[in-house]
Design a protein around this ligand. Structure first.
Ligand SMILES: C[S@@+](CC[C@H](N)C(=O)[O-])C[C@H]1O[C@@H](n2cnc3c(N)ncnc32)[C@H](O)[C@@H]1O
Length: 261
């Protein structure tokens, strides 16, 4: 069995293109900034889309921190094996509990950070969960590959399983980035216009009303006249009615929860 890597390996694991590495390593350090760690076999996939636009700027400005932990470095033997065949037979490979256990002990040292495994079997990710994660000092995410994780490691660490939806991807990296994007944009200072948070889909249990912008006429389609009226009260009323209509039509589940309140 090879020696576990030293603590510095968490950050050293970032490889591939210079851009993501620069963004994650050169970020301004703000003490106590919300911090995310991602255990992954593909550290080069980060920051990915998180390095762009508002989340990228916030990362650069030190409003949040991102660290990848390369699972391969905790692998066993000369080849740093991380997986083995499923007990009981069957297709594919399973991520080993001993290897993942070492990576988790290395990465997850703050008990206030939720410890999450991205998994199609998990609780569906939603806005309330993003808010819960944003309210904590940080988050440790485990990105799976192959057939997923040995169940014992999930049970041992009491890991929360979170799903992006009822479909199966090849790995958890895209799911991790989706969870981080939705969470980071809720952190103070990340979005320029705080108001855009209060009005948008799910913030009040409803889908957002339709949006329009100039030109006022396009392909024979006009912006609803109430939005051009300058009457703020009427605009607000129209937006609520539209949000309610869309939610009833498209998401009866959300509408039921909203109207039961
Ligand atoms: C091929 S999937 C494993 C699927 C697993 N055998 C199953 O049927 O539930 C490999 C990895 O991709 C990630 N993944 C796939 N779909 C996902 C989803 N809908 N939500 C979150 N993570 C997902 C998980 O980390 C998972 O361990």
């Amino acid at each position: 069995m090879s020696q576990p890597p030293s603590k510095s390996h968490g950050r050293m694991s970032i490889s591939a293109s210079a851009a993501p590495r620069d963004l994650m390593e050169d970020a301004t350090r703000i003490k106590g900034a919300w911090s995310a760690k991602v255990i992954t076999l593909l550290p080069e996939a980060f920051p990915g889309v998180l390095g762009a636009s508002l989340t990228g700027k916030a990362l650069k400005d030190g409003l949040w921190r991102l660290e990848t932990v390369d699972l391969r470095l905790f692998g066993d033997g000369k080849h740093r094996n991380v997986d083995d065949t499923p007990a009981g037979g069957g297709a594919g490979m399973v991520l080993r509990a001993d290897v993942m256990g070492k990576a988790i002990r290395h990465a997850h040292q703050n008990p206030h950070h939720p410890l999450v495994y991205l998994s199609p079997r998990g609780k569906p990710f939603d806005q309330a969960m993003a808010q819960r994660f944003a309210d904590e000092p940080g988050l440790t995410l485990i990105s799976g590959r192959f057939e997923g994780l040995d169940q014992r490691v999930i049970d041992h660490f009491g890991i929360e399983e979170v799903s992006l939806g009822d479909f199966v991807m090849t790995g958890g990296e895209i799911a991790a980035q989706a969870v981080l994007d939705a969470t980071v944009r809720l952190l103070p200072g990340v979005l320029g216009n705080a108001e855009s948070l209060t009005d948008e889909s799910f913030s009040n249990g409803l889908l957002e009303h339709p949006q329009f912008t100039r030109p006022s006429s396009w392909e024979g389609r006009e912006i609803p006249s109430v939005l051009m009226s300058g009457n703020h009260k009427e605009v607000a009323r129209w937006r609520i009615e539209e949000a309610e209509r869309l939610t009833q039509e498209r998401r009866p589940d959300l509408w039921k929860t909203h109207s039961d309140k």
